[in-house]
Design a protein around this ligand. Structure first.
Ligand code: GUN
Length: 316
């Protein structure tokens, strides 16, 4: 068995969050208004609720002012549109995040289109998507930024590498393809209708899994020595299934018994450990970096809106 490196997202995220905190402290010390992030959650999806709480907590720790807005699942599209438009006009909101998915009956595209692109810290607005693909300065989605940050901190060479992404979502797959392309990788974007998915994946020097299926990526998808980035967060509730995935890894079976579940990514953890050169664990891989990059995007948006002389920001 080759020795595979575990890429620690928690450590990398901690470092970024400390950098953001000192940037915000410097803004305050200079008499500049600190950044403010509005985080909107509609409905009571338990995972979304945890994500929003984590984002709000991370803001507070970094000195960013959170404005947490929780709305009932009965909220109409008109009501949410009105809120987003108000936040987009507000003098003291720098970043706006509407947690996805939205309840059925609300069109996410209509909501995203109503966000001021200069405050679109998720990078979901068509203006920011266009800027990303055309190589212009703009706000870029947080998870893809986290993936690039992970590769950078692990000193994985991107230029000229074969990068294969499994999953073509607007939040992860597509923007990650754009970023890797910008860094001169040869990019293949796979999806549910890709023929011989394992065969295509096995060409990758850098393999990104973002499909939302527990342990879908197994050893035959992984070229020996490849870097494997696992974006999935899936719950495993069955002790026997957990044993198959984690073997004797301490704490996992115990977690299923006590909490009712343990988390697994889109990559089979034992296969990744055995075949890859480096891989991101779940939890503790890309996830923590996503939150850190949201903070960075918020500071970037705030600084651009404060209008430092001679510099035009993402929304300018
Ligand atoms: N749902 C899953 N990931 C994200 C994200 O990065 N931003 C928002 N707003 N919703 C999400």
């Amino acid at each position: 068995m080759t020795m595979s490196r575990i890429l620690d997202g928690r450590g990398a995220a901690k470092q970024i969050r400390a950098e953001i905190a000192s940037e915000v402290a410097a803004m305050r010390a200079a008499g500049i208004e600190p950044p403010c992030l509005a985080a909107v959650l509609v409905g009571d999806n338990p995972a979304s609720s945890i994500y929003v709480s984590n984002k709000v907590k991370a803001c507070t720790q970094a000195g960013i002012i959170p404005r947490e807005i929780r709305l009932p699942s009965t909220t109409t599209q008109m009501e949410l549109l009105a809120l987003v438009r108000e936040l987009s006009r507000s003098g003291d909101v720098d970043g706006i995040l509407v947690q996805m998915p939205l309840p059925a009956g609300i069109d996410p595209r209509a909501i995203i289109a109503a966000i001021d692109p200069a405050r679109d810290v998720d990078g979901f607005h068509p203006i920011n998507v266009g800027r990303l693909w055309s190589g212009e300065e703009g706000l870029v989605p947080c998870t893809p930024l986290g993936i690039l940050e992970m590769l950078d901190s692990a000193e994985i060479e991107i230029e000229g590498a074969e990068a294969v992404i499994i999953g073509r979502s607007d939040i992860v797959g597509k923007p990650t393809a754009a970023l890797l392309l910008r860094k001169h990788a040869t990019v293949t974007l796979c999806h549910s209708r890709t023929r011989d998915l394992a065969g295509v994946a096995a060409r990758a020097d850098i393999l990104v899994a973002a499909i939302g299926r527990a342990a879908f990526v197994t050893r035959d998808f992984i070229k020996p020595g490849a870097t494997v980035i696992d974006v999935g967060i899936n719950q495993v509730v069955d002790v026997a299934v957990a044993r198959g995935l984690f073997g004797d890894e301490p704490g996992r079976l115990e977690e299923v018994r006590t909490k009712g579940y343990t988390l697994v990514g889109d990559v089979h953890p034992r296969d990744a450990a055995e075949r890859s050169g480096a891989w991101t664990p779940v939890p503790g891989g890309v996830g923590p970096l996503t939150v850190a990059l949201l903070l960075r995007n918020t500071v970037k948006a705030a600084k651009a809106r404060r209008g430092s002389p001679g510099r035009r920001g993402p929304g300018a």
